[in-house]
Design a protein around this ligand. Structure first.
Ligand SMILES: [Fe+2]
Ligand SMILES: [Fe+2]
Length: 188
Protein backbone atom coordinates (compact mmCIF):
# COMPACT_ATOMS: atom_id res chain seq x y z
CA UNK A 1 0.00 0.00 0.00
CA UNK A 2 2.91 2.31 0.69
CA UNK A 3 4.00 2.11 -2.96
CA UNK A 4 0.59 3.30 -4.15
CA UNK A 5 0.57 6.10 -1.58
CA UNK A 6 4.01 7.17 -2.88
CA UNK A 7 2.55 7.56 -6.38
CA UNK A 8 -0.42 9.54 -5.01
CA UNK A 9 1.95 11.83 -3.08
CA UNK A 10 4.01 12.47 -6.25
CA UNK A 11 0.79 13.45 -8.05
CA UNK A 12 0.45 16.38 -5.66
CA UNK A 13 3.75 17.89 -6.88
CA UNK A 14 2.82 17.23 -10.52
CA UNK A 15 -0.58 18.91 -10.03
CA UNK A 16 1.17 21.98 -8.65
CA UNK A 17 3.40 22.11 -11.75
CA UNK A 18 0.34 21.80 -14.04
CA UNK A 19 -1.04 24.94 -12.38
CA UNK A 20 2.24 26.76 -13.04
CA UNK A 21 2.28 25.72 -16.72
CA UNK A 22 -1.32 26.88 -17.16
CA UNK A 23 -0.46 30.25 -15.59
CA UNK A 24 2.63 30.66 -17.80
CA UNK A 25 0.36 29.98 -20.79
CA UNK A 26 -2.24 32.53 -19.65
CA UNK A 27 0.59 35.05 -19.23
CA UNK A 28 1.66 34.43 -22.85
CA UNK A 29 -1.96 34.69 -24.03
CA UNK A 30 -2.46 38.00 -22.21
CA UNK A 31 0.85 39.69 -23.02
CA UNK A 32 2.26 37.82 -26.06
CA UNK A 33 5.44 37.54 -23.97
CA UNK A 34 6.97 34.12 -23.30
CA UNK A 35 8.82 33.40 -20.07
CA UNK A 36 11.22 31.01 -21.84
CA UNK A 37 13.32 30.10 -18.83
CA UNK A 38 10.20 29.19 -16.87
CA UNK A 39 8.80 27.00 -19.63
CA UNK A 40 12.16 25.23 -20.08
CA UNK A 41 12.38 24.61 -16.32
CA UNK A 42 8.83 23.23 -16.35
CA UNK A 43 9.83 20.87 -19.19
CA UNK A 44 12.84 19.73 -17.14
CA UNK A 45 10.48 18.95 -14.20
CA UNK A 46 7.97 17.19 -16.47
CA UNK A 47 10.60 15.03 -18.20
CA UNK A 48 12.66 14.11 -15.19
CA UNK A 49 10.28 14.18 -12.24
CA UNK A 50 6.80 13.56 -13.72
CA UNK A 51 7.94 11.21 -16.47
CA UNK A 52 11.20 9.44 -15.60
CA UNK A 53 10.79 9.41 -11.81
CA UNK A 54 7.00 9.02 -11.50
CA UNK A 55 5.71 7.44 -14.75
CA UNK A 56 8.81 5.23 -14.72
CA UNK A 57 7.62 3.55 -11.49
CA UNK A 58 4.08 3.22 -12.83
CA UNK A 59 5.18 1.68 -16.14
CA UNK A 60 8.02 -0.54 -14.93
CA UNK A 61 6.46 -1.73 -11.69
CA UNK A 62 2.75 -1.09 -10.94
CA UNK A 63 1.28 -1.37 -14.46
CA UNK A 64 3.56 -4.27 -15.22
CA UNK A 65 2.37 -6.16 -12.15
CA UNK A 66 -1.29 -5.33 -12.87
CA UNK A 67 -0.90 -6.55 -16.46
CA UNK A 68 0.57 -9.88 -15.45
CA UNK A 69 -1.54 -10.55 -12.36
CA UNK A 70 -4.97 -9.12 -13.13
CA UNK A 71 -5.55 -10.59 -16.58
CA UNK A 72 -5.60 -9.70 -20.26
CA UNK A 73 -8.72 -7.51 -20.02
CA UNK A 74 -7.00 -5.20 -17.55
CA UNK A 75 -3.81 -5.16 -19.62
CA UNK A 76 -5.39 -4.23 -22.95
CA UNK A 77 -8.04 -1.99 -21.39
CA UNK A 78 -7.13 0.47 -18.63
CA UNK A 79 -3.38 -0.19 -18.60
CA UNK A 80 -2.89 0.31 -22.35
CA UNK A 81 -4.92 3.49 -22.14
CA UNK A 82 -2.73 4.79 -19.27
CA UNK A 83 0.42 4.01 -21.29
CA UNK A 84 -1.02 5.72 -24.37
CA UNK A 85 -1.72 8.82 -22.29
CA UNK A 86 1.88 8.88 -21.01
CA UNK A 87 3.01 8.75 -24.66
CA UNK A 88 0.63 11.49 -25.77
CA UNK A 89 1.96 13.65 -22.92
CA UNK A 90 5.51 13.12 -24.23
CA UNK A 91 4.40 14.26 -27.69
CA UNK A 92 2.81 17.46 -26.32
CA UNK A 93 6.01 18.25 -24.39
CA UNK A 94 8.25 17.56 -27.40
CA UNK A 95 6.11 19.88 -29.56
CA UNK A 96 6.00 22.47 -26.78
CA UNK A 97 9.80 22.49 -26.66
CA UNK A 98 10.09 22.80 -30.45
CA UNK A 99 7.61 25.69 -30.41
CA UNK A 100 9.64 27.44 -27.70
CA UNK A 101 12.78 27.15 -29.85
CA UNK A 102 10.89 28.48 -32.90
CA UNK A 103 9.48 31.44 -30.96
CA UNK A 104 12.92 32.18 -29.47
CA UNK A 105 14.25 32.38 -33.02
CA UNK A 106 11.61 35.01 -33.79
CA UNK A 107 8.80 32.93 -35.28
CA UNK A 108 5.89 34.87 -33.77
CA UNK A 109 3.13 32.41 -34.70
CA UNK A 110 4.90 29.63 -32.73
CA UNK A 111 3.46 31.29 -29.61
CA UNK A 112 0.07 29.80 -30.42
CA UNK A 113 1.70 26.34 -30.46
CA UNK A 114 3.32 27.03 -27.10
CA UNK A 115 -0.05 27.80 -25.56
CA UNK A 116 -1.95 24.96 -27.24
CA UNK A 117 0.59 22.24 -26.44
CA UNK A 118 1.06 23.42 -22.86
CA UNK A 119 -2.69 23.50 -22.24
CA UNK A 120 -3.29 20.15 -23.98
CA UNK A 121 -0.60 18.63 -21.74
CA UNK A 122 -2.07 20.05 -18.54
CA UNK A 123 -5.59 19.00 -19.50
CA UNK A 124 -4.42 15.46 -20.35
CA UNK A 125 -2.50 15.12 -17.10
CA UNK A 126 -5.33 16.48 -14.91
CA UNK A 127 -7.67 13.82 -16.33
CA UNK A 128 -4.98 11.13 -16.21
CA UNK A 129 -4.12 11.76 -12.55
CA UNK A 130 -7.80 11.83 -11.62
CA UNK A 131 -8.29 8.38 -13.22
CA UNK A 132 -5.23 6.97 -11.44
CA UNK A 133 -6.06 8.45 -8.03
CA UNK A 134 -9.74 7.55 -8.07
CA UNK A 135 -9.92 4.34 -10.08
CA UNK A 136 -6.72 2.55 -11.18
CA UNK A 137 -4.75 2.79 -7.93
CA UNK A 138 -7.74 1.83 -5.75
CA UNK A 139 -8.47 -1.10 -8.05
CA UNK A 140 -4.83 -2.23 -7.74
CA UNK A 141 -4.87 -1.94 -3.94
CA UNK A 142 -8.10 -3.91 -3.83
CA UNK A 143 -7.28 -6.68 -6.33
CA UNK A 144 -3.54 -7.34 -5.98
CA UNK A 145 -2.52 -9.86 -3.34
CA UNK A 146 -0.87 -8.74 -0.12
CA UNK A 147 2.25 -10.60 -1.19
CA UNK A 148 2.40 -8.72 -4.52
CA UNK A 149 1.84 -5.37 -2.81
CA UNK A 150 4.70 -6.09 -0.41
CA UNK A 151 7.01 -7.18 -3.24
CA UNK A 152 6.07 -4.01 -5.14
CA UNK A 153 7.11 -1.91 -2.16
CA UNK A 154 10.56 -3.54 -2.22
CA UNK A 155 10.88 -2.89 -5.98
CA UNK A 156 9.80 0.72 -5.45
CA UNK A 157 12.42 1.26 -2.77
CA UNK A 158 15.10 -0.22 -5.01
CA UNK A 159 14.09 2.02 -7.94
CA UNK A 160 13.91 5.06 -5.66
CA UNK A 161 17.48 4.36 -4.57
CA UNK A 162 18.62 3.98 -8.20
CA UNK A 163 16.93 7.25 -9.11
CA UNK A 164 18.45 9.01 -6.11
CA UNK A 165 15.05 9.82 -4.58
CA UNK A 166 16.13 12.34 -1.94
CA UNK A 167 18.23 14.41 -4.31
CA UNK A 168 15.72 14.22 -7.20
CA UNK A 169 12.82 15.35 -5.00
CA UNK A 170 14.86 18.08 -3.36
CA UNK A 171 15.93 19.48 -6.73
CA UNK A 172 12.52 19.36 -8.41
CA UNK A 173 10.46 20.54 -5.44
CA UNK A 174 12.79 23.53 -5.20
CA UNK A 175 12.40 24.23 -8.93
CA UNK A 176 8.61 23.95 -8.54
CA UNK A 177 8.56 26.34 -5.58
CA UNK A 178 10.65 28.91 -7.47
CA UNK A 179 8.33 28.80 -10.48
CA UNK A 180 5.26 29.10 -8.24
CA UNK A 181 6.77 32.22 -6.68
CA UNK A 182 7.55 33.62 -10.13
CA UNK A 183 4.00 33.27 -11.46
CA UNK A 184 2.67 34.94 -8.30
CA UNK A 185 5.07 37.82 -9.01
CA UNK A 186 3.65 38.02 -12.54
CA UNK A 187 0.23 38.47 -10.91
CA UNK A 188 -1.28 35.02 -11.52
FE1 LIG B 1 0.32 7.68 -15.13
FE1 LIG C 1 0.63 9.00 -12.14
Amino acid sequence: MKAIQTLKDEHQYILRMLKVVRKLSIHTFNTKEVYYEGFHKAIDFIRNYADKFHHGKEEDILFNVMSTELGEAIKIGPIYSMLAEHDLGRLFIKTLEESLFDAEKGKEEAKVDIISNAICYTDLLYRHIDKEDNAIFNFAADKLSQETLEKMEIDFNKTQEDLNKEETERKYVQLLTELEAYVVKLGY
